[in-house]
Design a protein around this ligand. Structure first.
Ligand code: SGN
Ligand code: CA
Length: 563
């Protein structure tokens, strides 16, 4: 009897174990692959799934057609390396420590790729990271040093040391990605692949094959190209990102240095003077010849037009030059995203793969007369986000919920069936992706930008953003509040903070902001140690932030000495 019972008991255990095993195997088989595609400074205004006024991006759009387009995605801190750190850690900048672009990422942070790798995912990263060190948690990586170069770029690699690769950066990063999928990917493991473009980052060098097409095109101007910032405070006035005043002629607009000499156009700084050579200096003869073919013509036309140009004409000209090059680089991104999607399709990899397309932040394409990012105003606060998961996410859907780059880590972990560490600060997007919108309760997001004084001189600020309003505090060398009515003033031209009609709303937003700051643990007091380190860095690198506003920076240094 005992024996019988024992064997029944063992038998059931065996069945149970078998059942668990199959469940596990099924789970493993189900665990999705993840392809995270991110470009650098790719504005949603330059993706036709959002708006086709400027450019058609049929391949990037395929991701939205297969899945979901997020129309209200944003970042927590609109600048490169901090955004990437937030993505990898699922934590705000003040928690993960990467508040600016200058100092290396603290690799004692736990990142989602490390967790996925530990859980059996094969992991790889190709392209731009910009952390000042190599990524942890990757079986393979080939990354650009710092900002990387457009032509014949160098790479830091996991297994081959530092290498230089001939060609155009967007094509090369894609070749590396496709090679990995083809030759290194293991069929019996799920994978997580980060495919990270440098384009369309400044200084906007299109591929040879696209230069001529784009230098011949004319683009629609944004309504606020000639913004005089009159409805807003000091931060907007004192920023150095105006197309006419703060772009350099040779690097950004590709006016040849000899043409500048001939026309008597001075360049604003030494850094700016070096821009042209930094760009074309890396090209081989054939690349340079193709480059000259298109840009010589631009320069000839400019030489003729310049003597009679008004300031307004110059602004218009600079906007066109900017768009031609910026959008030209995006054309190559779109083609290459198409190559990757084609590969997935041809190799039966679509079915169980989450595909993300996003940018490390948005970008101004002439709105408010600006280029660059950093501000919590829409064009840089918002970021494109397209997500597909064929078979799971309904094709052609849209979400206008306020999702953030903070949410990726928890989304990917949830999709892989892994519980996220309790100290991650985002939320999984799975309910939204699965159409269970009632499970999504977020009504406001938090923002905090720190890198000041620095290039473009955008002052430190933190903010709460709801679908209806933005309440912003500029607090570093000014103390100003801005309240924007997002519905009535979608172009964000007027600060209504002191308008009595908004008194109640303002009080309510203040309360909500306090609540968010408490929830995320942000006191906004950067440690004195950090501030000293930051100012030391600026002094040592003689970094006047490149711009015209040296008085402001001098004052910050003086105040510091007085302390
Ligand atoms: C460079 C650019 C800036 C840009 C920063 C940060 N100047 O300094 O325009 O804001 O990078 O960009 S450039 O002339 O060198 O291109 S970020 O994407 O890395 O945050
Ligand atoms: Ca960027």
């Amino acid at each position: 009897m005992k024996h019988v019972l024992k064997s029944i008991f063992l038998g059931s255990l065996a069945i149970l174990a078998f059942a668990c095993k199959t469940e596990e195997a099924a789970k493993t088989a189900e665990r999705p692959n993840i392809i995270f595609i991110m470009s650098d400074d790719h504005a949603y205004q330059a993706i036709s799934a959002y708006d086709n006024t400027l450019i058609e991006t049929p391949n990037i759009d395929r991701i939205a057609k297969m899945g979901m387009l997020f129309t209200n995605a944003s970042v927590t801190n609109s600048i490169c390396a901090p955004s990437r750190a937030t993505i990898l850690t699922g934590k705000h900048s003040h928690i993960n420590g990467k508040v600016d672009n200058h100092f290396p990422f603290d690799t004692t942070n736990v990142t989602f790729p490390q967790i996925l790798q530990d859980a059996g995912y094969q992991t790889a990263m190709f392209g731009k990271l910009h952390f000042g060190n190599s990524p942890k948690g990757f079986d393979q990586f080939k990354i650009l040093p710092g900002q990387g170069a457009y032509y014949n770029p160098d790479f830091i690699t996991k297994n081959e040391g530092n290498i230089k690769v001939e060609g155009y950066v967007t094509d090369i990063i894609t070749d590396m990605t496709l090679d990995w999928l083809q030759y290194e990917r293991k069929a019996d493991q799920p994978f997580m692949l980060m495919y990270l473009h440098k384009a369309p980052h400044r200084e906007w060098l299109p591929a040879e094959r696209h230069i001529e097409e784009f230098t011949n095109r004319t683009f629609k101007e944004p309504a606020t190209l000639f913004d005089d910032y009159s409805g807003r405070g000091r931060a907007a006035h004192e920023a150095e990102m105006n197309l006419l005043e703060d772009m350099n002629w040779s690097g950004d607009s590709k006016v040849y240095p000899e043409v500048m000499d001939e026309l008597g156009i001075p360049e604003t700084s030494d850094w700016d003077k070096g821009a042209f050579e930094r760009e074309v200096g890396r090209m081989n003869e054939a690349q340079r010849a193709n480059w000259d073919k298109a840009y010589m013509k631009v320069n000839e036309d400019f030489k003729k037009a310049y003597p009679t140009m008004t300031e307004k004409d110059k602004m218009k000209w600079r906007y066109q030059r900017y768009m031609q090059d910026y959008l030209g680089t995006i054309k190559a991104v779109d083609e290459n995203v198409g190559r990757v999607l084609d590969y997935l399709e041809a190799n039966n990899l679509m079915e169980n793969t989450i595909i993300v397309y996003t940018s490390d932040q948005g970008f101004y394409l002439g709105e408010h007369g600006w280029f660059d990012k950093r501000f919590v105003y829409n064009e840089s606060f918002k970021t494109p986000l397209l997500m597909a998961w064929p078979g799971k996410v309904k094709a052609g859907t849209k979400s206008d919920e306020m999702v953030q780059n903070l949410d990726f880590a928890q989304t990917f972990l949830a999709a892989a069936g892994i519980e996220a560490p309790a100290d991650m600060q985002g939320e999984s997007l799975l309910p939204l992706l699965m159409g269970e919108t009632d499970k999504w309760t977020r009504e406001a997001v938090y923002y905090h930008y720190y890198e000041y004084p620095s290039v473009h001189m955008v002052k430190r600020h933190y903010a709460i953003i709801t679908k209806e309003y933005k309440l912003v505090h500029y607090y570093f060398d000014n103390d100003e509040w801005e309240l924007i009515d997002r519905k009535k003033d979608p172009m964000e031209m007027t600060n209504v903070y002191d308008d009595p009609a908004y008194a109640e709303i303002r009080a309510d937003l203040h309360k909500q902001l306090d609540g968010l700051r408490e929830k995320y643990g942000d006191s906004s007091e950067l440690s004195q140690e950090y501030i000293d380190k930051y100012l030391d860095y600026l002094e040592e690198n003689n970094s006047s932030a490149g711009g015209k506003n040296t008085e402001l920076i001098d004052k910050i240094f003086e105040d510091r000495k007085k302390k």
